[in-house]
Structures are given as structure tokens and as C-alpha cells.
Design a protein around this ligand. Structure first.
Ligand SMILES: [Cu+2]
Length: 305
């Protein structure tokens, strides 16, 4: 989560302004510090030294130290304003549209043109502009993936936008950056930038009808369909709940519950038994599952790729 490593056009634009401000500050700091050091040494009190010349009201100096800071501000303002406009500007026509919903305490990602819905792990293709529209049903959150660009608030009832083009395949961590309640700190996210063909494969896998599970996973599916799960979670072809993350391809995600744990049978079983124990305040209640039920469910959910 480094702010000084840019891996998208947006992040590089910001780094460019950051660089100008940093160097301007370094130069000014050296000049002011150097002048101060020189004055301290040159005019220090020595036994018997006369009082140095006293200056009051020096027009040229007054003008100089008014103009100099104005010039410094101008040098900083021009690229800053330029980058502000560029990062808020029109979105490329071929941009991939993605709707981002910040929810207490996880992220939902919808790809309207691809008819894909997922959570907490956002896949985008490298080299293609993506246009995010940010919104949410509960409180204010902030979407922040430092290496891909500046943070942008997610405000209920207001459509905020964020566009960037990721440069190269990789995995980039992000975090909700606006305090949003108990598990704000546990509201991470991951952006997985795929090579274009890998992205196509990912989309195809998201849309494929999952194979009918067998063995323990089949038991898990049976428990899922007769439990409260269906009221809150969508699994395409199985249930249509919308209070929690879409689980249609849960097994293809690397992490659990907005990045708090890796996705394994053990962690998912522990989660299903008692979500708030792993994530304080989690909006999924403990449902009184036995160890065996939770393990069967975890096996089923992880088989959904
Ligand atoms: Cu938050």
C-alpha cells in the first residue's frame, strides 16, 4: 500500500505533482536553513563586537519576499490544477464500467456490461481504462488503492467517479479510508490487474454455471439452501439475497470477509460458526451451525469457482 509507487496513469499524475511539491520544499528548506545558519554564525555575539547595522523598512526586500512565495505557489498551482482537471475529466469511451458499493464492512463490485457481480476482490484488465462509479447503501466510506490512484469518497446517494488505467498485471491492496464504524479497519480490498486474456478467462469463469457439487460439498449446498443464508446471499441459480456478498464464485477469491483472512476451509469454517468473533460488528450473525455443518458449507462455498 505504497503512495510513492504509481502503477496507473492516475497514480503517476499524482506522483508527478507530489514530486514537484517535494523538491520545491527541499530547495526552499535548504535555502532558508542555510540562510539561517549563516546569519547565526555571521552575526553571533562576540566579546567587544559592535552592534550590527540595523535595517528598518527595506522596500526591495519587502517586494522580494512577497514575490518569491507567490512564484513558488504559482509553480505548484499550475501542475496541481492541471492534474485535478485531468483526474476528474471525461472518461475514455472504451472504458470498462464498474459500479463500486461501499458497505459496512465490505465492497461490492458490479460490472453492468458484463453481468458480473463480485465482492472484495476487484478484477480489472491491464492497459484498458476503467471507470468506477462509487455509491453505497449505508454510511460514507472511501475507496483507496494507493498504487492505482488517489482515494475517493463513497457517499450514499451521490455518484462519485474514479477512472484509471492500470499498467501491468499484479495485485494491489486497498483499504476503506473513511471511518465507517466498528470494523472500518477490517474493510480492506484487493485489485487484481489481469492481462487482457486472463481477464477474459476470469469473466467467463464468473459467468459459467457452477458444476453440481458432490460429496461433502453437496451436503453443504443442501444446508445452504435450507438455511438463512439464502435470505442474505446470492449464489446464481441457487439464491437471490442481497444483504451480503455475492457468493456465486466465492471459491475464486483469495481472501475472506474483505481481506481479513486467507480463504481456506479452516478460516471459512471458523467464519461461518461465528463471524463477529473474527470481524467485530460483522453484519452476518452467528447462526448456531455445528462444526460438521460449517465444514460442509465451507467445502461447498470454496468449490464455487
Ligand atoms: Cu471505512
Amino acid at each position: 500500500m505504497s503512495t510513492v509507487v504509481g502503477r496507473s496513469d492516475f497514480a503517476r499524475d499524482i506522483l508527478y505533482v507530489y514530486g514537484i511539491v517535494t523538491w520545491a520544499t527541499v530547495v526552499i528548506g535548504l535555502v532558508v536553513g542555510g540562510a539561517l545558519a549563516w546569519v547565526l554564525v555571521r552575526f553571533r555575539d562576540r566579546p567587544g563586537a559592535p552592534l550590527p547595522a540595523q535595517t528598518r523598512g527595506h522596500t526591495l526586500l519587502e517586494i522580494a519576499w512577497t514575490i518569491a512565495p507567490a512564484l513558488v505557489l504559482l509553480v505548484i498551482a499550475i501542475p496541481t490544477i492541471h492534474v485535478i482537471f485531468r483526474t476528474q475529466g471525461a472518461v475514455a469511451r472504451d472504458a470498462l464500467q464498474i459500479r463500486v458499493l461501499g458497505r459496512q464492512w465490505w465492497w461490492e463490485f458490479r460490472y453492468p456490461t458484463l453481468e458480473v457481480v463480485t465482492a472484495n476482490e476487484l478484477h480489472v484488465p491491464a492497459g484498458r481504462p476503467v471507470a468506477l462509479t462509487l455509491d453505497g447503501p449505508d454510511v460514507i466510506h472511501s475507496f483507496w488503492v494507493p498504487q492505482l490512484g488517489g482515494k475517493r469518497d463513497v457517499v450514499p446517494g451521490r455518484l462519485n467517479r474514479l477512472a484509471f488505467t492500470a499498467e501491468s498485471p499484479g495485485e494491489y491492496r486497498g483499504q476503506c479510508a473513511e471511518f465507517c464504524g466498528t470494523s472500518h479497519a477490517n474493510m480492506g480490498l484487493r485489485v487484481i490487474v489481469d492481462a487482457p486474456d486472463a481477464f477474459e478467462r476470469w469473466v467467463a469463469a464468473q459467468k459459467a454455471t457452477p458444476a453440481e457439487p458432490a460429496g461433502l460439498a453437496a451436503e453443504g449446498k443442501a444446508i445452504f439452501t435450507r438455511s438463512a443464508c439464502v435470505g442474505c446471499h446470492t449464489i446464481r441459480g441457487v439464491s437471490t439475497g442481497t444483504l451480503g456478498p455475492d457468493l456465486t464464485t466465492f471459491g475464486s477469491r483469495g481472501t475472506l470477509a474483505a481481506g481479513i483472512l486467507p480463504n481456506t476451509v479452516e478460516t471459512v469454517t471458523a467464519w461461518l460458526k461465528n463471524p463477529p468473533a473474527l470481524k467485530p460488528g460483522a453484519k452476518m450473525p452467528a447462526l448456531g451451525l455445528t462444526d460438521d455443518q460449517a465444514r460442509a458449507l465451507a467445502t461447498y462455498l470454496l468449490s464455487l469457482k
